[in-house]
Design a protein around this ligand. Sequence first.
Ligand code: UDP
Ligand code: MG
Length: 234
Amino acid sequence: MEYSIVIPLFNEAESLGVLQERIEQVMRPLSCQYEIIYVNDGSNDNSLERLEELKKKYNNIESISLKSNRGQSAALYVGFKKAQGEWIITMDADCQNPPEEISKLIKEKDGVDFITGIRKKRKDTLLRRISSQTAKAFRYIVLKDTTQDAGCSLKMFKREIVSEIPFFKNFHRFFTFLVRLKGFLVREVYVAHNGREFGKSKYTTFRRAREGFFDLGGVYWLKRRILKYEIERG
Ligand code: UDP
Ligand code: MG
């Protein structure tokens, strides 16, 4: 298996059919082996029923449902553990990350371990964009993290990374930083971004900022304490 596409979702029933078909349009012509792993993070809309319908129509879908809503990071982690592919691709379920951009990531994979998007013309509210820029400044001041767009969910990386980095709630906001910290090679590429056509955002700016500050402290500690070693022999 070459690629596992891992998609966390919480109440995204409306977009799943369109998303799946758009992914197929991109992946099918590549004639490679791939799977799409939907992780239903305790949705209480029709997401589960939609996934069951899609599984009947497409034979490369895996789905896992969490008992209750545990957050995007928990859903991603569960998907990573299930993935069989040599490379894992992540994206949101709401079509804000255009699936067509997967081919761009694939083209950029030579010589690196981790490819992450920079949303070129980000289609989010001004408040969201300002809060992201503020968080980016704080990440640079505290961690010296130079990641251009930590919030872009569209990423592709070697599966071995999963067993090398620490996971915790909201790790996804520091994913690229953690990967670099462990010495993996990262490439950042510009990708398109869409407004939310279906459903609505699961975060408020206040919640993101509050949790972001708390997590920044934790990641600062991790930066200083993470195990770093090179094995010389054996
Ligand atoms: N998500 C999830 N569990 C949550 C919150 C979000 O699985 O508790 C999923 C959500 O369905 C989407 C992705 O994480 O696929 C990103 O969420 P969202 O689009 O709301 O974030 P935004 O684009 O507004 O940053
Ligand atoms: Mg979104």
